[in-house]
Design a protein around this ligand. Sequence first.
Ligand code: MV4
Length: 450
Amino acid sequence: MFKKILIANRGEIALRVIRTCKEMDIKTVAVYSTADRESLHVRFADEAVCIGAAPSKESYLNIPRIISAAEITNADAIHPGYGFLSERAEFSAVCHEYGIKFIGPTPAMIESMGDKVTAKDTMKKSGVPVIPGSDGLLSTMEEGIKIANEIKYPVIVKATAGGGGKGMRIINSDSEFKKAWDDAKREAGASFGNDGLYLEKFVEEPRHIEIQIVGDQYGKACHLSERDCSIQRRHQKLVEETPSPVVSQELRERMGEAAIKGAKAINYEGVGTIEFLVDKHGDFYFMEMNTRIQVEHPITEEVTDYDLIKEQIKVAAGVPISGRNYFPNLFAMECRINAEDPMNGFRPSPGKILNLHLPGGHGVRVDSHVYAGYTIPPNYDSLIAKLITTGQSREEVITRMKRALSEFVIVGIKTTIPFHLALMDNAVFRSGKFTTKFLETSFDFSTIKE
Ligand code: MV4
């Protein structure tokens, strides 16, 4: 087992990794930017190294500085968390070159899933359902128009280097094609330095359902059922839950098997997530694979009693997994508490937390790095806490969430708590019958109080 792990991240996820390391008797090294001197991950780690200025490029994205910090402190592994360098094939490769174990997949695995056309092709070949569309990259716009007429509009063009919505355009007719094509190409080129596009039939009003998987170094893989992440705004998830209100046991088994096929196709090592779109007929299609731990992993932990960070560390150290799939009987939900003003288009609201009270009690978990007196810097994402409730039914989880949200006190900044309180009372949300379009098209933001 590793003796010392450097955490190449900040905020709640850095703290989350430190907590598991302590329980595994592994020493920890925090790295931090000058904006994060007063952060809890710095105080809770055994050692801490300042790696640069506040902008991420100079600190949390700076590979040479992070490797230097690992060398100085004699760390034998690096945990990348999520975001930042977690899905950079180059970082995984550099760690390997320096004899430091990257807690995550190999550069080849990250690369094969980072290029969306390659990922889709790999999944298709291994028997995972994919959305009908172009066979790989489109070489001309005319080729795209021809395929659109064959599979019928609406269609969607996507950037092969994309993910998360950038370089993506929905097209309804031949007449819309040229503008959408030019816009998507320009946006992809500017954002990723790669303007390759592919085309798919547009799936209307889908749900976003993802399967948590774990693979070991010996070719074994298992799944831990699904998370439903359909409550999103501008590709930012706000609430996640498990099980999905629309997934039957039969569908869960088929999606789980498909996810395992995909993981085995690339001999996947580590924890990962296979994202699917589920259409109104209950058919599912591969969308993307995330080769990292995800923000919403705690809801899976709560219903399975697995520590997913511990699983990541064990797999990276070469421990084999049991390979058994997991079908939980419990329910869990996560609300993302962001330093944002939901009444003003979720505008960021950094600043000093003057007073803080965290909720607690049975079935309530809070993953957070903030404390009274802490100043949220404006440089990073606005997630300040994850509120997770667990129970015997979806109704119990929602009731408990309302109770916990009402106990939560954060003074000094605006947060998404009032939004979550209104959502928990929303009839459509409570019915469980909503799609990824729900928040942006039918949620009444004037029901938010305060
Ligand atoms: C789609 C789609 C409909 N049809 N692909 C959004 C981000 C990226 N991961 C892919 N996305 C979508 N791909 C086809 N063929 C709809 C979306 C989509 C979406 C997906 C999941 C959750 C929220 C979403 C919001 C808008 C669009």
